[in-house]
Design a binder for this molecule. Structure first.
Ligand code: SF4
Length: 297
């Protein structure tokens, strides 16, 4: 039986793999926008990922943190759920994506080419909600996705480095939302103190194609770019995405609109990071308030 929280999420457009599991697919706003012939998200600009051919999914809604800036509701985290076998998740992905996009058909709004391409996705972003390393078969899931010809982006909060080490997505993201333990405790509210684990996860990134994502929340974590700079410098990650917090979803119950930085602040923060590390600014998307840095040398 679906749990009450999952039922609420279903009404918000989540497509669950099975009624008793929290593995789910939900197309993002950019996927729908691209389908209608509109702009694509910054991942297209930065990495060539076409938004309408990207499946946004999670193998679990469980999470190890309670970030103030998270747009999801923690009340929606299932107390107990079953873990779907990875083969079942992969088998159902296309059907779930199709179902999620079933309101879209070729029309004056939806170009036939984009509609056809959307039914044949090429990329899976494991980044919907929850912490994917809490799913016990993550490595196998990623390998199966690659076997079916998908490229994968995996976004982790870095609290379970021993799992991250075993998983080999096309691009690994670790979120770094604080420059020190004190800020981390206050902003990310981990269930158990995981600061050292996050730092350990950063250390894995130099061995693979990887990115660090920094969500800048004005007044919460925007004052010590020098400390952030030291952490990214030691990580060896190839990319750093500096992204402004967006006042969206359930985060509106925890933060204020004033916590949302403008794009100029993101540029300035990225500039400071660049000034104290080997990273240089490569690109930016003012619409998404994000600046991309890449490691030089
Ligand atoms: S780690 Fe991600 S999913 Fe978990 S609470 Fe933070 S933002 Fe939300």
């Amino acid at each position: 039986m679906p749990s009450a929280p999952c039922e609420q999420l279903r009404r918000q457009g989540y497509q669950f793999v099975t009624p008793g599991a929290s593995a789910a697919v939900k197309p993002c706003l950019w996927c729908k926008r691209a389908l209608c012939g509109g702009e694509m998200c910054y991942k297209h600009q930065f990495y060539g990922i076409e938004s309408h051919r990207c499946i946004q999914m999670t193998p679990t809604l469980r999470c190890t943190q309670r970030c103030l800036f998270c747009w999801r509701s923690f009340e929606h985290e299932p107390a107990a759920d079953e873990d779907c076998p990875p083969g079942l998740i992969v088998d159902r992905l296309i059907d779930l994506q199709k179902r999620a996009l079933s309101g879209y058909k070729p029309s004056y709004r939806v170009t036939p080419d984009r509609f056809r391409d959307a039914l044949s996705p090429k990329h899976v972003a494991i980044s919907l909600a929850g912490e994917p390393t809490c799913y016990p078969h993550l490595a196998e899931l990623v390998d199966l996705l690659h076997g079916r010809g998908y490229t994968t982006f995996l976004v982790s909060n870095g609290t379970r480095p021993w799992v991250l080490e075993t998983v080999h997505p096309f691009q690994t993201y670790v979120s770094l939302s604080a420059p020190d333990r004190e800020t981390y405790q206050k902003l990310c509210r981990p269930i158990t103190d995981s600061w050292e684990r996050v730092v350990e996860s950063l250390g894995i990134l130099g061995q693979r194609r990887s990115a660090i994502r920094i969500t800048v929340v004005r007044g919460e974590n925007d004052t010590r770019p020098d400390l952030f700079g030291r952490l990214i410098q030691e990580s060896g990650a190839r990319f750093v995405e500096v992204k402004g917090y967006m006042f969206l979803g359930y985060s509106r119950k925890r933060l204020k609109k004033e916590n949302m930085p403008g794009h100029g602040e993101i540029q300035a923060f990225a500039g400071s990071l660049s000034g104290c590390s080997d990273y240089e600014i490569r690109d930016e998307s003012p619409a998404s308030r994000v600046v991309l840095l890449e490691r030089m040398g």
